[in-house]
Design a protein around this ligand. Structure first.
Ligand code: RB5
Length: 149
């Protein structure tokens, strides 16, 4: 199950990405926003998506705001969440394979819809089990240590 959320800036793109992923048969947990509200705040929905991932209710998360930055900052505050803000597919794949990212974030004001789809495909298609290396594990343990300080 993939959690997805956006604020108003990412709302339209979120709806398009949900349709795209559903057409591929991927199970989606839409965490909002459920309607366009120009005054909604990205920390609210980013937190919901991050919690779904940190509690293992969802396997991975997708966050969209204007830039991808705000939602990634919020998601990274939640223990066990590793969110990467990406604007192209190679980083999205490597975020998962090398950094163990479990949330991908991008900005509707930065990337177009086709690029957003490519980022999502690359992230979801990344082979974490195969490509994640011993040395990445050591680095992730160091991140965990910092998180626990
Ligand atoms: C909202 O206008 C915008 O600031 C937000 O979506 C995001 O870009 C923050 O990082």
């Amino acid at each position: 199950m993939i959690a997805i959320g956006s604020d108003h800036a990412g709302f339209e793109m979120k709806e398009e990405i949900i349709t795209y992923l559903k057409e591929k048969g991927i199970d989606i947990c839409d965490c909002g926003a459920y309607e366009y509200k120009s005054d909604d705040d990205y920390p609210d929905l980013a937190y919901i998506v991050a919690k779904k991932v940190s509690t293992s209710e969802c396997d991975l998360g997708i966050l969209i705001c204007g830039t991808g930055i705000g939602v990634s900052i919020v998601a990274n505050k939640v223990r066990g969440v590793h969110a990467g803000a990406c604007s192209e597919p190679i980083s999205a794949k490597l975020a998962r394979e090398h950094n163990g990212a479990n949330v991908i974030a991008f900005g509707s004001r930065i990337v177009g819809l086709e690029m957003a789809k490519a980022i999502v495909d690359s992230f979801l298609g990344a082979d974490f089990e195969k490509m994640h290396r011993q040395r990445d594990e050591v680095r992730m343990k160091k991140i965990e240590k910092i998180e626990n300080e």
